[in-house]
Design a binder for this molecule. Sequence first.
Ligand SMILES: [Zn+2]
Length: 405
Amino acid sequence: MVAMSRLNRDQLVQLAKSEISEITSRDLKDWQDQHKPMTLVDIRERDEFVQGHIPDAVFIPRGYLELQIEQHQPDRGAPIVLYCAGGVRSALAARNLKEMGYAHVISLIGGFNGWKNAGHGFKVPTVLTEAQRLRYSRHTLLREVGETGQIKLLEAKVLLIGAGGLGSPAAMYLAAAGVGTLGIVDFDVVDYSNLQRQLLHGTKDVGRPKVESAADRILDINPDVQVIPHNAPLTSTNAFEIIRNYDIVVNGSDNFPTRYLVNDACHLLGKPLVDGSIFMFEGQLTVYVPEQPELGITGGPCYRCLYPEPPAPGEVPSCSEAGVLGVLPGIVGSMQAVEVIKLILGIGEPLIGKLLLIDTLYMSFRTLKVQRNPDCPLCGEHQTVTELIDYDQFCGFPGREHVVA
Ligand SMILES: [Zn+2]
């Protein structure tokens, strides 16, 4: 072995490569396609990274690698793939991570240039502006979000069904969090009786279309957000057309026909649905994700797995008859925003196959497991609901006995 003090550049690289593993871009692509667990790290400089990077890579510039790697991968036994532009800097960096005790550090042969020249796809990231770095600094400090996560949020498109009690906190928190596109479906105008809970709208907005006052409020919170108003009732005629353009749907509707329509449309389009409902002092929250084996998504039950058909009109009290605690939608709608952000970032465990029951009078939170129903008319073995249905308009919240069934 050559003495350390006498190594020239080429010898040092040689030595590093003899101590680490390397991977070809072809094999790395296979690993990615097979969803093999690994931490892929781009160690180039910021100006290189922003011109394009390998999908799913985290960005840790070489100078910060040893200082930040533990935040991204504390497990010394987990595979870490490093890449630079041509495969030299990453080989040297890999050797340093080995010294830190990382057992499976792999350097990409040929680096990003080799990957690109082999014709594999790459991503050109949006970069945060100085103003955005400041605005989202409390997010980017979180390892689970980081700058990459914040960019995902900015690129995400979320549709809110309703700008009412649930839609208000959901929209405001998603806007503040930097979710870049918020569509809002609502054809109502602001009424005095809304102001007890619908914080998107103020006293000065009474009589205005809700989508307009919502857009004003959202843009005041965060001018980064593009608000797309859909000032029309959601029906079987327009539901696909509207929902198709979004990544995730937040259900804040207060009536059964819309609830079934949104569930069916989201399922048929393969869109995740963050569902919430409120009644008097009680709230419910769950996430419906349709199974998509071709995308490796297991999914869970849908709304119809729990409630195959709507109850007959008259079986449930109307919202205006029953009343609702004004703070309650603030809790449930904020939780819907949390679930949306988790889905966008792919962090934590979304409420798929779980129904959260909230009772604010006793401040009790219970989570029930909900299974897919093989007899579900929408996602079961014998699908009978294959197109969208407009049920008669009525309002309410299913009783407990339905929930625990
Ligand atoms: Zn189902």
